[in-house]
Design a protein around this ligand. Structure first.
Ligand code: LRH
Length: 473
């Protein structure tokens, strides 16, 4: 390992951060220099991302990063998948939609009218998620917006463009659009044109580790420093998987934040009918690996419930660790609901939807917040364990350990119940997996570290205190 410093911009669905990573002495030391909220906007157009405030947060965080570490060798940006901005020349055409906006229902109907899901799966290898980019694009096409644009940029590529003026499509995130051919890793031009997306809208594909470009002069000036933007696994989940300290031939991972992304890493896509029927996805990983996984609803169920309770008149702010402590002490059985049910996707009154689901399925309905939290965590653990089992069966990867990374690694009840339900030990950590994976890929490009993903994972394993949970009978 050669000493050096890189900076990660990591945008999550509820907050963003800028993290400086210092490599040296065989270890990575991370310093969070910027943290900012990501609050979607409900407007007459629909549910939108406040992209200007995200750029502001990233920008100010990077300025702080250069003050703290003027020697920064590169900058990498990652975010949630699927969402994008349309551009014409140097202007954005409107504000990017949030994937939880409900407009995509008609997009799904339109696409499936001419291309059945089984054909889509053969071509793009993706699980059905109603918000996959191609369904969103059909809505833009029908509303007359595609014809206004000359290109589309996924969110991390959009931030990259704001910083450098360069327009590219990083491949791991492009793999979530539905328009990338799962076998060739290239744009599926025939499919794009069938749904009315001109080839010219799709930027040149680049891989993690490739340079996007240098900072625009005014940006370098504002930030008080300069460094190239380098593509990382710009899909946050791709970056997170880089930082799972696992033996990928015998482990499963759960990248648990807003979503719970549950699966295994494989060398090639799994495109069987069984994988399709189980709604497993083949997303592109760093170094050409495949992320064979399933989206489970994740901590969104809990955070959206808390938001609802905090909206009640006179409500106090809810302390999450305290609530989880109370949930852990709930005695007796709680209702288990299907954490994969799409009724839980949209923003809104989550406790009410959970109660309705449980009532309709003759299950006990929670009476207190602690019981709700317990029901959510137990249902997630159930869905996680089921998805691990399915991932293993469909891929042939024997699972001896389940790694939980991301914010969910801090949730002791969730980790323990997942171990219990799966009958497999859980290793929890790192919490900041996404930023870690982002920094590691940049460090490799900068020549600070070398080797394959296993070598990068060794660095994580050496530096992180993993917490172990044995399954209880
Ligand atoms: C997690 C995530 C996930 C996608 C969803 C849109 O942040 O990127 O991998 O499916 O957001």
């Amino acid at each position: 390992m050669r000493p050096g410093t890189v900076a990660a911009v990591d945008l999550g669905a509820t907050s963003g951060r800028v993290i400086v990573g210092r490599f040296g002495d065989g270890e990575l030391a991370m310093e969070t220099v910027g943290r900012f909220p990501n609050t979607p906007l409900r407007t007459p157009s629909g549910l939108l991302w406040d992209i200007a405030s995200l750029y502001r947060g990233a920008h100010d965080g990077l300025a702080h990063a250069f003050r703290s570490a003027p020697e920064i060798a590169s900058i990498g940006v990652d975010s949630w998948a699927v969402d994008y901005a349309l551009l014409r020349g140097n202007r954005m055409v409107g504000t990017p939609f949030h994937y939880r906006d409900e407009r995509t229902e008609r997009g799904v109907r339109s696409v499936h009218e001419h291309t059945p899901f089984a054909e889509l799966y053969r071509r793009n290898g993706l699980q059905f998620l109603p918000f996959n980019t191609l369904y969103q694009l059909v809505c833009d096409e029908q509303d007359g917006f595609l014809s206004l644009a000359d290109r589309l940029l996924l969110i991390p590529d959009l931030l990259g463009w704001m910083l450098t003026g360069e327009s590219v499509a990083e491949r791991t995130n492009a793999s979530t659009t539905g328009l990338l051919n799962v076998s060739t890793g290239e744009w599926d031009e025939a499919l794009a044109s069938r749904i009315g997306v001109p080839r010219t809208l799709l930027p040149t594909l680049i891989d993690p580790g490739n340079e996007v470009g240098g900072l625009l002069p005014h940006v370098a000036n504002e930030l008080g420093g300069s460094a190239p933007v380098v593509a990382v696994g710009s899909h946050d989940t791709a970056s997170a998987i880089v930082a799972v300290p696992m033996r990928s031939d015998r482990a499963a991972y759960i990248s648990c934040g807003t979503w719970g992304l549950v699966g295994v890493e494989t060398d090639a896509p799994v495109l069987t009918d069984a994988a399709r029927d189980a709604n497993f996805t083949n997303e592109g990983g760093v170094d050409g690996r495949t992320r064979f996984l399933h989206n489970v609803m994740g901590l969104w169920l809990l955070s959206e419930s808390i938001r609802e309770w905090e909206r009640e008149p006179g409500a106090a702010t809810i302390n999450l660790p305290e609530l989880l402590g109370q949930a852990a002490r709930v005695g007796g059985p709680v209702g288990i609901f299907d954490a994969n049910d799409p009724v839980f996707l949209a923003p809104g009154d989550m406790p009410k939807r959970i109660a309705t689901w449980l009532r309709e399925h003759d299950q006990p309905v929670p009476r207190t917040r602690a019981e709700f939290a317990r029901s959510i965590v137990a249902s997630l653990a159930d869905a996680f364990a089921g998805a691990v089992r399915t991932a293993s069966e469909l891929s042939g990867v024997p699972v001896e350990t389940i790694h939980i990374v991301g914010g969910g690694a801090l949730n002791e009840l969730l980790c323990q119940l997942t171990a219990d339900r799966a009958g497999v030990p859980v290793e929890a950590g790192p919490v900041e997996a996404t930023a870690t994976g982002n920094l590691l890929v940049q460090a490799r490009t900068a020549g600070l570290v070398s080797g394959d993903l296993e070598a990068l994972r060794d660095i994580v394993a050496r530096g992180v205190d993993v917490r172990r949970y044995r399954p209880r009978s």
